[in-house]
Design a protein around this ligand. Sequence first.
Ligand code: SF4
Length: 310
Amino acid sequence: MLQPRSAYLHIPFCHRRCFYCDFAVVPLGDHADGASSGSIAAYLELIETEIERSPGGPPLSTVYLGGGTPSLLTPAQVGRLLTALAMRFRIAPGAEISLELDPASFDQGRLAGYLAAGINRVSLGGQSFDDAVLARLGRRHRRQDLLEAAGWLRQAQAMGELGSWSLDLIQGLPEQGLEHWRAQLEQALAEAPPHLSIYDLIVEPGTVFERLQARGQLPLPDPDQSADLMELSAERLRAAGYGHYEISNYALPGHASRHNRVYWSGAGWWGFGLGATSAPYGRRLARPRTRAAYAAWLGSSRRRRSPRSS
Ligand code: SF4
């Protein structure tokens, strides 16, 4: 059986919960930051404990810090987590080390700090360039924040400080037609991300969007219209030179995410943090989705080496 060489760390904190989101997240308010949040500090201790207790394995060739909003962590906190992984597993030379960033949750100085801490790939949660759409999604950032963040990433890549970056967009939004989506794609291409992830909006149970849909207040494109949007994405991005290497993922040559590919390769991966799923050695393990349950689970697993030996 292949030995896992990848790790996913879940950072569950967000400023607020977006209206379509059912991820394992902990909203901390619009001004929360890792530098001042006791909740974040306490969580980092838990996730470090989980890393320390893992059985370890071969050096990691991909690491992904996702969330949530990992850019609520300070660069020093990101560095601390990477050090914990390096102590337990070691990190292979040339490893892909990715961090999810939300526009309006970081600035250029903070980005430089993340790069100095070892991050070499970024996934930017843009979702839309349309302020009205962003408000309707319950997002905190606005178009100008997204343009600014994309500019910093482009500049860091041009200077050779950042290996690659991806822009996330959502299609199939309320009242979205082909022309609106075409305009979004053109704006995305103008920002020149080497990688694009295009997600289709799904209405998940328990979300604000589910309640709006139940009241008939969420006019989404029908399945045929959604299929047209997807087809337009594939055609336009292929024409712009992006390879469609996974259902939601497009990349310029040499910029596909090595970490994304691990999920489909059968190699397995380590997962750490509340709500994270791991699948080393063919064993899938989903962690509890709340802080209290995750802390209790860690406490109860104190004496066992998990998950390989449990
Ligand atoms: S920022 Fe991302 S993870 Fe956080 S609530 Fe919004 S969609 Fe969910």
